[in-house]
Design a protein around this ligand. Sequence first.
Ligand SMILES: [Fe+2]
Ligand SMILES: [Fe+2]
Length: 409
Amino acid sequence: MTSSEQKLREILALDVELNRIQDVDILLERILSEARRVARADAGSIYVRKEDELLISYAQNDTHQAKLPKGQKLIYNVFTVPISHKTISGYCAATGEQVNIPDVYEIPDEAPYGFDPSYDRISEYRSRSMLAIPLRDQNGTILGVIQLINKINPDGSVGVFDADDELITMHFATNATVALQRAQMTRAIILRMIRMAELRDPKETGPHVNRVAGYSVEIYEHWAQRQGHDPKEIERGRDNLRMAAMLHDVGKVAISDTILKKPGRFTDEEFSVMKTHTWVGARLFADRQSEFDAIAAEIAVSHHESWDGTGYPGKVDINTGEPVETDDAGKAVGYAGEEIPIYGRIVSIADVYDALCSSRVYKEAWSEDDVVEEIRKLSGVKFDPEVVECFLEVLPNIRQITKRYKDPE
Ligand SMILES: [Fe+2]
Ligand SMILES: [Fe+2]
């Protein structure tokens, strides 16, 4: 087999694998890393179109990554570029043309686009060669741009992207586009499900749900790496966790308006009705079609359980809410410690963290210090101590997610 044949086989096998990934964020990250690996690019980004701007959605940089402790994720600035002729990615999105530049510092004056060296200054990097390919669907709509930076020659020096690299990247761009559309569709359906839940419960806003999901994924990834889980398994876990975490409170669709929309504190009776959102949510996924359904059910039912066993709903039948194991008072025994599924333990911290950090009708937002202090205090009481540790270690990433999904003013 020739090396290009081998490359082709490898890319085709990858296509099959990529097709299995449901979550659009995870998919784009993976496509970016594969495109970079095959085209031998030191760095790269994927921009996703949001109306008339491009949002940098993924950024990878091997040079920067190599300076970080193993397993730590690269933090990059979240920024947008206008879809216009000014920047390279903006030009690529505006015109649908690919751009291949040997050295971004040597762009001829007559070129319609330019390179803004402040990006390099901020990130302490020297960009040289750059390849930008549009993500264009079959209607010609531009969904985003994939950009590779600094081709690495076999001797380690920085070279120029050639025609082969263009072809390979175009292939990944097509792949990204198709998958982006498909994933966006699946996601859209789940988001509708989430919106339905939101209509019932105005306290559970879209940004809250996005943040809880984002935090959960960060904590999970770190936790799973510490446990030494297989990277493939971690990726699948993240994929399912993100969307399942968004549905943690979906069972609230079954709670009456008088309770759900009550601004003040609940009476004991109201609270006990409220607690049913856990197993009612799990019941929505009882007819299991996929691993995703199993995880969504697990999170819905266990995100209010407590490490010390005092949470709810405890050991109940998710079809009826009836206890399957009772204490002396006849109440369902709570799940405790590692009996609580890991995803439930993670979402529980993410949910509490976000609730405390946010202002609600009945409370002010707490300062981050106070929230962190509170979570530390609840370690080993309400929360799994190990998950608390992971949470503290990924706090910088968590702050970035808070910034990304701000509540509307
Ligand atoms: Fe809940
Ligand atoms: Fe929540």
